[in-house]
Design a protein around this ligand. Structure first.
Ligand code: SD4
Length: 328
């Protein structure tokens, strides 16, 4: 059945809410019933940094490219931006002053690759992709991941920028909190989900992790099923926030399984947040947000505390920010 433009706009509920406002925060899109033509291509990603990342992904998608290539190209943008202090180059270091990066990627065939606690490489998502494509493994960590990257042509660089180092020194001097706040205050992890013109889904997630973490700490972001999960028959999900809480709930796998049971992406994200809340007595002190898309191109998100937002780009929606609804 063909979808009329009117139906399309009703289903996305986006263009009407924000006609031309790039980076304008809107209410959550209403959750339409999955009828009509699927929305494709589409890319959605976490936080304000998702705007620039979506543009890079959109170049791939609008040219008929593969969702896998789109998500890699997209998240490489914040990875390479020294001003994004929670992803890639310029990311906050751990408490020993060392920048360690986590990333993963997953394609429409359920193939996936991941790196964790990787030092000195600006684009961990691309290393994760090579783990997927050139090894029999899913995950490489630490020195092994770095050796693999170098063997595949990546250069080791200093990722600690003066600004990030200064933040770390301030934290040391002030004996900062064991768990610094993770929310809009420090614009976190980028998780991206894309559907290409062929209707295939892929996702990527990349981060410098929780700032001032213990050296060697790995969060949810590079863990398939926690920080990212994609099932081409159902949809995909990605997460941001306090990774330990997401890992305990295997959050993104849970979101995808809830969509498989028939829940909309928005409802699935809400139910997964409630699971996290139920399992973490300290939930009022943490942030966790989920972002999901189903095969139909419906997008939804939910988080514990206000502040989590995401950027959506489709052929009808010009890269607009949405605030995720929250439990608090
Ligand atoms: C982590 N989930 O390392 C990441 C950090 C993050 O929003 O996403 N914060 O726990």
């Amino acid at each position: 059945m063909m979808t009329t433009r009117r139906e399309f706009l009703k289903r996305t509920a986006v263009a009407a809410a924000a006609p031309s406002a790039l980076a304008m925060a809107c209410a959550e899109p209403s959750v339409p019933s999955p009828v009509g033509d699927p929305i494709r291509p589409l890319v959605v990603s976490t936080w304000n940094m998702g705007l620039g990342a979506n543009e890079a992904a959109w170049e791939v998608l609008s040219a008929g490219g593969r969702a896998l290539d789109a998500v890699e190209a997209g998240v490489r943008v914040p990875e390479g931006d020294p001003n994004e202090m929670t992803v890639g180059l310029g990311g906050f270091p751990d408490r020993d002053g060392i920048v360690t990066l986590d990333a993963c990627i997953m394609d429409e065939n359920g193939r996936c690759g991941s790196v964790a606690a990787l030092e000195g490489i600006v684009h961990p998502v691309s290393v994760a992709r090579l783990v997927m494509e050139r090894t029999p493994h899913v995950m490489l960590v630490g020195k092994g991941a770095q050796d693999f990257a170098v063997a595949n042509g990546f250069e080791i660089e200093n990722l600690l920028t003066p600004d990030a180092e200064a933040a770390w020194r301030r934290w040391l001097a002030e004996q900062g909190p064991e768990r610094p706040p993770i929310n809009v205050e420090n614009h976190d992890t980028i998780g991206m989900l894309a559907i290409d013109q062929a209707g295939n889904l892929s996702g990527a997630c990349t981060t410098s992790g929780a700032g001032m973490k213990y050296h060697g700490r790995v969060g949810d972001s590079p863990i398939i099923g926690a920080g990212l999960y994609v099932d081409n028959e159902v949809g995909g999900a990605t997460s941001t926030g306090w990774g330990e809480a997401v890992i305990r709930a295997v959050g993104c796998f849970l979101v995808v399984e809830l969509m498989r049971q028939g829940h909309s992406p928005a409802k699935a994200c809400e139910m997964a947040v409630d699971r996290v809340i139920a399992k973490n007595p300290d939930w009022r002190d943490i942030q966790v947000g989920f972002l999901a898309v189903n095969r139909q191109g419906e997008v939804g998100a939910f988080c514990i505390a206000p502040g989590f937002n995401y950027a959506l780009r489709t052929s009808e929606v010009e890269n607009v920010m949405f605030d995720a609804p929250s439990r608090i």
